[in-house]
Design a protein. Structure first.
Length: 98
């Protein structure tokens, strides 16, 4: 998923149409109850949101800066951009908290 981290101050219109799923001990995912569209990934501690880039009208000013779970990436593709690359273990250490 290509996502943008938007902090914790997020307000959704139509919040009554959003369902959440606890996908791990430290994070949850939000979906539209009507169509199933993935709306966000949120850390339970601190409330940091990551929103799929496809939800926005334009992402022209954004840059690819980080790749996560790089150790699970299929061998058949690579991105040209030089980014921070985190393994699954590094992702858990960075975001899961103590």
């Amino acid at each position: 998923m290509f996502a943008v981290e938007v902090g914790s101050d997020v307000d959704f219109k139509g919040a009554e149409h959003i369902a959440t799923f606890g996908s791990s001990e430290w994070a949850e995912r939000g979906f539209c109850k009507q169509c199933g569209t993935h709306l966000f990934y949120r850390l339970k501690e601190g409330g940091l949101y990551a929103l799929p880039v496809g939800l926005f009208d334009s992402a022209d000013d954004w840059a690819l800066t980080e790749q996560i779970f790089i150790d699970q990436k299929p061998a058949f593709y690579s991105f040209a951009e030089k980014t921070e690359q985190l393994t699954g273990e590094e992702v858990f250490a960075k975001y899961a908290g103590p």
